[in-house]
Design a protein around this ligand. Structure first.
Ligand SMILES: Cc1cc2nc3c(=O)[nH]c(=O)nc-3n(C[C@H](O)[C@H](O)[C@H](O)COP(=O)(O)OP(=O)(O)OC[C@H]3O[C@@H](n4cnc5c(N)ncnc54)[C@H](O)[C@@H]3O)c2cc1C
Length: 530
């Protein structure tokens, strides 16, 4: 059903802003289009077609990696280090990267999904090996902690928040806080400190990256049985700004509201990147194109092994390994292989892997994804500050009164503080039932209208300044860490191979992060090489 403009803006941004926006019609609307992500795979798999590989369309290869996102590319990176050269990476899109995709452009490159990586703890040696190899590091401290070159650490100012007509420093809104707000924030911090310092009988932390190293002590895993909202309630946290902050954290990292998110995941966000209480969270490594920089490096190291526009439509396990059948530019191609690394979203397994649906070791439907839309706005210039004391443009710019996450400024890290720039706007579809179906019913003009209207809260001149706005709809953006997934039996079972097929997607952690995708890529590679 077609919505009126007012209904559309109400659905996405709430009635008050929709009402104000509909009183005026912008006299200029930028150009743009919907970009990226083919939806052909979904259609083909749902049709249940059979594919005949021509006799000369087969190839023998030891390992087939399905999916050229961070997990698949990391698996290839590791396999080559382990001396396994006989492999291919199949990627259905024209570009590798998956949800860490980026584009090159003017004045700088920009992301379509993931945009930062916190500096890893010294224990995460394989990730540190990658950062060393990329020449991002300049040594270790006396304690052995990694030192990342200053130019790759997020510049100041890192974050600001827009509230009731003004920008403020940081993500937590201090302006106007009451004594009770302050007390609750201090109490919350005490709880976080407690979890940061917590260790189990084996010396394991409650929350650490990669999550495979977290304690499985019952006190910790019990947190996965309730929502983060419930945890806050049980601990007496009612301060509006604290609650907002926790909800924002869940929307930002998981694409879920705090009442949809497991309390374990909520606390993981706040605790996993702090070495000990009283210390700052690990600094962020970032680039204009976000995590696209890591994708480029990993793809470069596997470049002769990657087959782009190769969609795996059927994997048939057999005694010797498996046959992987693909559609490649309308041609049917096949690979006889010994092992498969399945680095595609877990929920697709029953559609692609023959026999999996009848003999499933776990229910793949439990690995539910949420949807997002991401817009890149190409600005000819920056908006002027509205007040002399307004906090200046930062890397991450958050709108307190909006269900979106605001925008990231791509030129920030390059120190280009004047003139044209690219802003990446993020909107998780967590406020609606059937967010995915609805997202794909909206066209470019409607989503661009949502984005620009939202941005106009803080920047009324956004219509004049934006030359172009391109939009990507991520139908299956991120795994949803709802209560029960992370410490539930499905995830544990998915860590085991199904016949000769090893799963290796960030889904296996129940949280979508670069480090988790990297970890599972390496884990699968190591198992195969042993
Ligand atoms: C909007 C957004 C923002 C994010 N921000 C951050 C961030 O700032 N920091 C961070 O650490 N993480 C972030 N993430 C999460 C991060 O992007 C992911 O955790 C990580 O990139 C996942 O990598 P992956 O390889 O496991 O999966 P995917 O990215 O899902 O990659 C899977 C790949 O498999 C391909 N594929 C699927 N099916 C087939 C098939 N049948 N045949 C061939 N190929 C197939 C897909 O095209 C895709 O390229 C963000 C995610 C989103 C959506």
């Amino acid at each position: 059903m077609k919505l009126t403009r007012r209904e559309l803006l109400t659905t996405f941004l709430g009635a008050p802003l929709a009402l104000t926006a509909c009183r005026t019609v912008p006299n200029r609307f930028p150009e743009g289009e919907i970009v990226g992500q083919s939806d052909t795979l979904g259609h083909i798999l749902r049709e249940g077609r059979t594919f005949e590989v021509p006799a000369d369309g087969w190839r023998n290869v030891k390992v087939v990696i399905v999916g050229g996102g961070v997990a698949g590319l990391s698996a290839a990176w590791k396999l080559r280090k382990l001396g396994v050269e006989d492999l291919v990476v199949l990627e259905l899109e024209k570009e590798t990267g998956g949800t860490s995709l980026s584009s090159s452009g003017q004045p700088v490159a920009y992301p379509w999904g993931a945009h930062y990586l916190p500096v890893p703890f010294r224990e995460n040696v394989e990730l540190i090996e990658l950062l060393d190899e990329m020449l991002l590091t300049e040594g270790r401290t006396a304690e052995g902690d990694l030192i990342v070159k200053e130019q790759f650490l997020c510049r100041d100012p890192e974050e600001r928040v827009f509230y009731k007509g003004r920008w403020y420093d940081g993500l937590y809104l201090h302006a106007g806080e009451s004594e009770e707000d302050k007390r609750q924030l201090a109490e919350f911090q005490k709880q976080i400190d407690g979890w940061v310092n917590w260790r189990d009988g084996r010396g394991r932390r409650a929350f650490v990256v990669p999550s495979a190293n977290c304690s499985d002590n019952a006190e910790v895993t019990a947190l996965d049985k309730i929502s983060f909202a419930e945890w806050l309630r049980r601990n007496g946290f009612t301060s509006e700004r604290l609650v907002w902050y926790c909800d924002y954290a869940c929307r930002d990292d998981y694409g879920l509201k705090f009442d949809q998110t497991s309390a374990w995941a909520g606390l993981f966000y706040f605790c996993s990147r702090i070495r000990k209480s009283g210390e700052e969270s690990q600094p962020f490594i970032t680039f204009p194109e976000g995590n696209g920089r890591f994708v480029r490096h990993l793809a470069e190291s596997a470049k002769d092994k990657i087959l782009r526009s190769y969609m795996a439509v059927s994997i048939v396990p057999n005694e010797k390994g498996a046959d992987v059948i693909c559609l490649a530019d309308g041609q049917v191609r096949g690979f006889h292989c010994e092992k498969v690394i399945y680095a595609s979203p877990v929920f697709t397994a029953p559609y692609v892997i023959r026999g999996f649906a009848d003999d499933a070791p776990f229910d793949a439907r439990e690995f539910q994804h949420n949807s997002w839309f991401v817009a890149n706005l190409f600005l000819k210039d920056r908006p002027k500050p509205r007040f002399a004391r307004d906090f200046p443009l930062a890397w991450d710019n958050v709108l307190y009164e909006s269900p979106s996450l605001g925008y990231v400024n791509a030129t920030h890290q390059k120190g280009i503080d004047y003139g044209p720039t690219v802003w990446t706007y993020y909107y998780p579809m967590c406020h609606e039932e059937n967010g995915r179906t609805k997202l794909f019913n909206y066209n470019w003009r409607e989503l661009a209208d949502v984005c620009l209207t939202d941005m106009s809260r803080a920047h009324p001149e956004i219509y004049e300044l934006t030359d172009r706005i391109d939009i990507m709809r991520w139908g299956h953006a991120m795994i949803s860490p709802r209560p029960g997934l992370i410490w539930g039996e499905y995830r544990r079972k998915a860590l085991e191979p199904y016949r000769n097929i090893h799963f290796a997607h960030t889904d296996l952690s129940g949280i979508a992060l670069f480090e988790e995708a990297f970890y599972h890529g390496l884990r699968a590679a190591q198992k195969i090489a042993n």
